[in-house]
Design a protein around this ligand. Structure first.
Ligand code: ATP
Ligand code: ZN
Ligand code: ZN
Length: 595
């Protein structure tokens, strides 16, 4: 946040007003820190002498509004260490502030500034608004309370942190609250639990998801779809081990460049001979293995483009603070592929790859995404000849232009071996996520690395260009994204339960069973709700499970050989003949339609 912006001043000044109001309610409170943050501000308090009651937040908020109404001016003053300590003792704000000025003093700070308004003063560097009257009384809200250790250390006392939301206008506050409400309702961690899709257990470890039966159905369906598309676009499937000798990752250059993102190696000692010991790493990416499949046989230009694909499971030692549900995990299964081709083939292959991406997006009904051309910057993590980089970056830009695809440039976002096109999606809170990627690689085929070759039509050996691509990301990130995007209501083709049949009376059971049998025989996922619940309760429970199609079977349906169809998200019901429903449903699943 820009420290000179009006919003920063507002949040900063508002934090003082919060402390001031808290002091009015709890005169013995001691004050910690109270900085602005991304969505407002917080302040840390030590209430130890007087128990803090969360239901006082409303009263504190009211008092803040009164202080704003009083239009108190903020006055600035400066003093030395003695003056600061004396002033803080005088104010009775407690040992935390005094400890803080002494710490600052020991680090060479000589001047201490205070801002004073009304009968309240706080040690502070500013900047502030002129008077409390400049604060937006209707654009803030005390949000929640949490524990926070003084100076962030568990050895210190735990203080009470009051978080507040604060914006410039009431409209901004309202729109933030609304976005947050939807995001919370559709948060994939919450939905993942409610719909029984995945689970984390500390006994397995951080960032290592367990996929429940429902989640595994979704994975399998997406994987089946990817397989069909890859067959259509000329890819061949391969399978590779989850570990490899360090030699492989040295050859690829992942060691040492990528070592921080890999799990530490295991040392294997065959024959108890230290000299024979060898390090093995968990695979963090599939590429090196695919390159060796390419180089296992001599390749002719006639085989190119040579396309290898694998839903490969990779392990990355992501920082624990960055792990977030399924969005960023340490074990992930990637919709990966590597295409080996000649320079002449690049443009056409890229074009058909983008077409494949669009076909995927169309099926999933994605519309809000943008392309980022991710290029290098001057950091040393990017390996290889700058001229080759320039060539690759220019090639990508040229093809994007020729395809008429709009993109923005992300400096420093390239892979360490080459530039890439990332497809950026916005999540419900407006945060951008990379879902898909296409990367060009002029490095891995070179003689210092995998020495990949093909024999060209003129009988000379040449190096192929490599494209790395992952349109459907990893199952983990992709499914977390669509779970939020669909609010947990998966389309029929990949929903864990596709159809739930609700018989109205016992007399409808025979007809119900016969429809269920007809569909399960053809491997569709069908359930019957034959619980003792009332009919309305059955509708409610199965709607909560977000099952795409409910079939209602009453005596009329039995008599007419019909079914009444109720789709998720719609209150309308239609009654159609049994055969018509079966035909429509089967076509919908086969064509992966989204209604
Ligand atoms: P990021 O920049 O997000 O770390 P990356 O560029 O390292 O990703 P790639 O090696 O290109 O990722 O992996 C292909 C795709 O796998 C990415 O586009 C992303 O969607 C997904 N992915 C990467 N890391 C993770 C992770 N830790 N958890 C889940 N999915 C991931
Ligand atoms: Zn301040
Ligand atoms: Zn790759």
């Amino acid at each position: 946040m820009d420290e000179n912006s009006n919003l920063y001043k507002i949040r900063h000044s508002m934090a003082h007003v919060l402390a001031q109001a808290v002091q009015e309610v709890y005169p013995k409170v001691k004050l910690g820190f109270g900085p602005p943050i991304e969505t407002g501000f917080y302040y840390d308090f030590d209430f130890s002498e007087e128990e803090f009651a969360e239901n006082k937040l409303k009263e504190i908020e009211k008092r803040m509004k009164k202080i704003i109404g009083r239009k108190q001016e903020f006055h600035y003053s400066e003093t030395d260490i003695e003056g600061a300590v004396a002033k803080l003792e005088d104010l009775g704000e407690g040992e935390y502030k005094i400890e803080n000025v002494r710490n600052l003093h020991s680090r060479g700070v000589e001047k201490f500034s205070f801002y004073e308004n009304g009968n309240f003063a706080d040690l502070c560097e500013g900047p502030h608004v002129e008077t409390t009257g400049d604060l937006p009384a209707k654009a803030f809200k005390l949000d929640r309370v949490a524990g926070a250790y003084w100076l962030g250390s568990e050895k210190n006392k735990q203080l009470t942190r009051i978080y507040a939301l604060c914006f410039e206008t009431p409209e901004e506050l309202q729109s933030f609250l609304e976005r947050r409400r939807i995001a919370e309702q559709f948060d994939h961690k919450k939905l993942g639990k409610e719909l029984d899709i995945f689970h984390f257990d500390e006994k397995v470890g951080k960032g290592l998801a367990l996929w429940m039966p429902n989640g595994t159905i979704i994975r399998d369906e997406i994987e089946k779809y990817a397989r069909e598309m890859e067959m259509k676009y000329g890819y061949q499937r391969v399978s590779t081990p989850h570990i490899a000798s360090e030699k492989l990752f040295q050859t690829s250059g992942h060691l040492p460049y990528y070592a921080d993102s890999m799990f530490p190696p295991m040392e294997l000692n065959e024959g108890d001979d230290a000299e024979n010991s060898e390090k093995y790493y968990l695979k963090a990416m599939n590429c090196p293995y695919h390159h060796l499949i390419y180089s296992a046989r001599p390749r002719s230009y006639k085989e190119l483009p040579y396309r290898l694909c694998e839903y490969g499971t990779c392990y990355r030692y992501e920082k624990s603070g960055e792990l977030s549900g399924l969005l960023r995990v340490r074990c992930m299964t990637m919709n990966d592929a590597h295409v080996y081709l000649t320079e002449d083939q690049f443009e056409e292959e890229f074009r058909s790859m983008v077409k494949m991406y669009m076909e995927f997006y169309e099926t999933f009904k994605f519309s809000d995404y943008s392309f980022r051309l991710s290029v290098r910057d001057d950091s040393d993590k990017f390996v290889g000849d700058p001229a080759v980089w320039d060539q690759a970056e220019a090639l990508l830009a040229k093809v994007m232009d020729e395809l008429g695809l709009e993109y923005f440039v992300g400096e420093g976002e390239a892979a360490f071996y080459g530039p890439k096109i990332d497809v950026q999606f916005k999540n419900l809170m407006g945060r951008e996520e990379t879902l898909s990627t296409i990367q060009v690689d002029f490095q891995s085929a070179c003689k210092e690395k995998f020495a990949l070759k093909y024999v060209d039509s003129d009988n000379t050996e040449k190096e192929p260009i490599i494209i790395h691509r992952a349109p459907l990301s990893t199952h983990e990130r992709f499914i977390s994204f669509i779970m939020e995007y669909y609010g947990g209501a998966f389309p029929a083709w990949c929903a864990p339960v596709q159809v739930c049949i609700l018989p109205v009376q016992d007399s409808c059971m025979e007809f119900t069973n016969s429809i269920a049998n007809e569909l399960t025989r053809d491997l569709y996922r069908v359930e019957i709700d034959d619980s003792n619940n009332t009919f309305n309760k059955k509708i409610r429970t199965n709607t909560k499970r977000k099952i795409p199609i409910l079939l209602i079977i009453g005596e009329q349906e039995v008599a007419d050989n019909t079914v009444t169809v109720r789709r998720y998200g719609s209150r309308d019901q239609i009654t159609v003949s049994r055969d018509e429903f079966v035909a429509i449903f089967k076509a919908e699943v086969k064509e992966r339609k989204m209604l």
